[in-house]
Design a protein around this ligand. Structure first.
Ligand SMILES: Nc1nc2c(c(=O)[nH]1)N[C@H]1C(S)=C(S)[C@@H](COP(=O)(O)OP(=O)(O)OC[C@H]3O[C@@H](n4cnc5c(=O)[nH]c(N)nc54)[C@H](O)[C@@H]3O)O[C@H]1N2
Ligand SMILES: Nc1nc2c(c(=O)[nH]1)N[C@H]1C(S)=C(S)[C@@H](COP(=O)(O)OP(=O)(O)OC[C@H]3O[C@@H](n4cnc5c(=O)[nH]c(N)nc54)[C@H](O)[C@@H]3O)O[C@H]1N2
Ligand code: SF4
Ligand SMILES: [Mo]
Length: 704
């Protein structure tokens, strides 16, 4: 099922299918095979990482040639026509809602979807299905940073400055991010910063590739970021490093935070976070004494049951040092997914309407209802967060039918065994995916959809810059686009007029629906994106230049001041004990992307990292009698996984690390803790208690 080149304009380009760098590229055809070639662009500047270079090879992989359908729960998937698949879906949705009401169906989206798809999915859920139950995988990703940024600055804009400002920071603290592997093409900006004499501090329990290049590595205990940040602020107060002028002129709420951090003596921080006083003091002075500094947050501090407090702790530090709201300074979160930024703005979230509006605010509801041409009462209320939505699945009084676009739940969500049972209890599971993911394998109906280079659409990168992906290839016959799928299901349910299958028409509607909202796209056109190499939101009018630095003169709060928040350290939801004496943390490697659906289908990437493994400190391994490559069993309160050990001298003695890109019995999410942050509802992917067991040789599998 080879792809055919699409007769695109000579200057038509796209952006990488993976991370939020969205490096610029085009597909060229060599010997009939698509090959990714970098394009010049102000962000990626001609760069691509290994995943970007090999992106074209994804299309060599097998894909379903048409819909697949299961006649009974225990029957195998069989090929079906589109009409039959749509009939089955429409009948299943009607039956679920007849039995359990409008909210008996759920929709699950993702941050890989274009702005148009994310927007259309939100509208489809609210108006076509009339359900309040929609949420998306960004809840596993950016939710804590988004909540913290919104609270402190009045606006969640991942990076409140363009990447090109990074070299202007004299010091940078990266808190729990590993861009050397997760945003490799961004490293040129950090390298330029270093070349200009700037300093880099990394807070990470592992000596990650990024930590290895830092001037200072704070190797904190997983789950202790709020304590570390409070300790740094304590030192700043003690050593008179505060920017009192900035605090007075541009912030509110400092006195209470100042009182709270008084209790975070360096020796207490050392006990809780494991960072020695000497390093704590040095890091604080490095940040404070630099003329300009940035704090960049990754998923390390954010994917925790206290993820919002952790993020707010680092924001407090940036504000107290006066390192925000001016050139070369700021707290920012490194958005992960290709459209992780746009995907969290336009209504895929349970409590959100387009343009970052609230579904609970009567004025916001009225504004969006007017664009949608419905009375505001037609828009349902707020639903529940991603994990809570999944918990309701397969229960008679809960969600009976679920539509998934853009998430491989069985690999990406925590406590995967419990989740599998919930999904198996559904009356109808529909998965739209370009590939047969682990979750699609469990579905009643699989809809093969076009993706990335086969379609056009807009994405919003980690800087808040809108980008245009132009079509590079024709999708295989038998494949439809997500928008065509939504349109067809809507038509079956008698509401076809509500959703357009044309990306450009959807974007035009999104412009209107976002107008006047915080993430205002009203002034952005596809022509402008192309001519100006991206446009930064908010951009309320066609003659507005766009906003690369939204906080330069004032923050987005009503009074224009950034707000300090109490950011109390609290222990992780699960602490170590005699049965589970170590900590497990999880994350990424360079060669694979998220649930691995895409990168595990690219030969070069699979060769680079063919299978998961557990990183253990060499000394700990020696103590347990474990040799390099030997298979060990990791056991948590939720499950057990058997993996080969990699002895890593850069681990903490109390912590092991497993990448999460694999499914089946090797999925680390069989082990992780679904404890949620009270505000962001993000699960605690980054810390749980684990036991390591040696596997007697007779039971061991040979390491992959
Ligand atoms: N190669 C590759 N690149 C990707 C992705 C991918 O899957 N593969 N995914 C994309 C997506 S969706 C995202 S969200 C980003 C994620 O990008 P990152 O946030 O950079 O990635 P992670 O590996 O999840 O976590 C970063 C670091 O947090 C550390 N960490 C663990 N626990 C703690 C803690 O308690 N405190 C602190 N301070 N650090 C901790 C881990 O050791 C890890 O090195 O990457 C994007 N880019
Ligand atoms: N243990 C642990 N678990 C984690 C994390 C962690 O650090 N540790 N990180 C979490 C984070 S940050 C994230 S973002 C998630 C990511 O995990 P997932 O949500 O699973 O994300 P992906 O693997 O990027 O993509 C999911 C699916 O979308 C499909 N897809 C791609 N483009 C399209 C499209 O245009 N339309 C449709 N319909 N489908 C498409 C892909 O083929 C893939 O099967 O995992 C989370 N899970
Ligand atoms: S850095 Fe991200 S966007 Fe750029 S080529 Fe690599 S995976 Fe693609
Ligand atoms: Mo993510």
């Amino acid at each position: 099922m080879a792809l055919a080149p699409f007769q695109a304009a000579a200057d038509a380009g796209t952006h990488c299918p993976y991370c939020a760098m969205q490096c610029a590229m085009r597909l060229e055809w060599r010997d009939g095979r698509p090959e990714a070639v970098p394009r010049d662009f102000p962000t990626s500047r001609g760069g691509l990482c290994r995943k970007g270079w090999t992106a074209g090879e994804m299309y060599a992989a097998a894909r379903p040639a048409g819909p697949l359908l299961r006649d009974r729960r225990d029957a195998p998937l069989r090929p079906a026509g589109w009409e039959e698949a749509f009939d089955r879906i429409a009948a299943g949705l009607r039956a679920a809602q007849a039995a359990g009401g409008a909210d008996a169906v759920g929709v699950f989206g993702g941050g890989a979807l274009s702005n148009e798809k994310g927007y259309a999915l939100g509208k489809f859920a609210r108006l076509v299905l009339g359900t309040r139950h929609i949420d998306y995988n960004g809840r596993f990703c950016m939710a804590s940073a988004a909540a913290a940024g919104g609270r402190a600055f009045g606006l969640d804009r991942g990076l409140p400055f363009p990447l090109s400002d990074i070299p202007e920071a004299r010091a940078i603290l990266i808190a729990g991010g590993n861009p050397a592997e997760t945003l490799p093409v961004m490293m040129q900006y950090l390298e330029a910063q270093r070349a200009a004499g700037g300093q880099l501090i990394v807070a990470d329990p592992r000596r990650s590739a990024t930590a290895a290049m830092a001037d200072l590595h704070l190797q904190l205990t997983p789950g202790s970021d709020a304590a570390l940040a409070a300790g740094m602020l304590h030192v700043a107060v003690r050593d008179r490093l505060l920017d009192e002028g900035f605090i007075a002129a541009r912030t509110s709420g400092f006195p209470a935070v100042r009182r709270a951090v008084a209790a975070w003596w360096p020796d207490r921080v050392e006990r809780v976070a494991g960072v020695p006083e000497r390093l704590l003091v040095r890091a604080t002075h490095m940040l404070a004494e630099a003329a300009t500094a940035m704090i960049l947050s990754g998923r390390g501090p954010e994917q925790q049951s206290h993820g919002v407090a952790n993020a707010l702790g680092y924001i407090n530090l940036a504000l107290a040092l006066g390192k925000a709201g001016r050139r070369g300074c700021g707290w920012g979160t490194l958005t992960g997914q290709g459209n992780g930024q746009g995907g969290r703005e336009h209504g895929q979230k349970a409590d959100q309407l387009p343009g970052y509006r609230s579904i609970l605010d009567p004025a916001h509801r009225a504004a969006v209802a007017a664009v949608w041409g419905v009375p505001p009462e037609r828009i349902p209320g707020a639903g529940v967060s991603a994990w809570e939505l999944l918990q309701r699945c397969g229960r008679p009084d809960g969600i009976r039918a679920l539509l998934v676009h853009g998430c491989n739940l069985l690999v990406a969500a925590p406590d995967a065994a419990a989740l599998r049972a919930r999904l198996a209890g559904l009356d109808l599971l529909v998965v739209a995916d370009p590939f047969l993911s682990e979750t699609a394998e469990l579905a009643d109906v699989v809809l093969p959809v076009a993706h990335w280079a086969e379609e056009e659409g807009t994405m919003t990168n980690l800087e808040g810059r809108l980008l245009l992906r132009e079509r590079q290839a024709s999708p295989p016959p038998g494949v439809r686009t997500d928008l065509e799928v939504l349109q067809a299901i809507a038509a079956r349910l008698g509401r076809g007029g509500l959703v357009s299958a044309e990306p450009r028409a959807v974007f035009e509607e999104l412009r209107q629906a976002s107008a006047g909202g915080a993430a205002d796209y009203a002034g952005i056109t596809w022509e402008r994106i192309k001519a100006e190499q991206g446009v930064f939101w908010p951009c309320p009018a066609p003659d507005h230049p766009g906003t690369p630095r939204p906080f330069e003169s004032r923050f987005a709060t009503p009074d224009g001041r950034a707000r300090f928040h109490l950011a109390e350290h609290r222990a992780a939801a699960e602490e170590t004990d005699a049965d589970y004496p170590m900590l497990l943390t999880t994350g990424r490697v360079l060669a694979h992307y998220n649930s691995g659906t895409q990168t595990r289908r690219v030969e070069a990437l699979l060769q680079a990292d063919p299978a998961p493994y557990v990183e253990i400190h060499a000394q700990v391994a020696r103590g347990l009698g474990i040799a390099e490559g030997e298979v060990v069993r990791l056991v948590t309160r939720r499950g057990a996984v058997t993996l080969p050990a990699r002895l890593a001298p850069g681990m903490r003695l109390d912590t092991v690390f497993v990448p999460f890109h694999w499914g089946g019995r090797e999925a680390v999410n069989l082990l992780t803790n679904p404890a949620l942050d009270p505000v962001s509802r993000i699960p605690e992917f980054k810390v749980c208690a684990v036991r390591i067991e040696r596997v007697p040789p007779s039971h061991g599998e040979s390491p992959a």
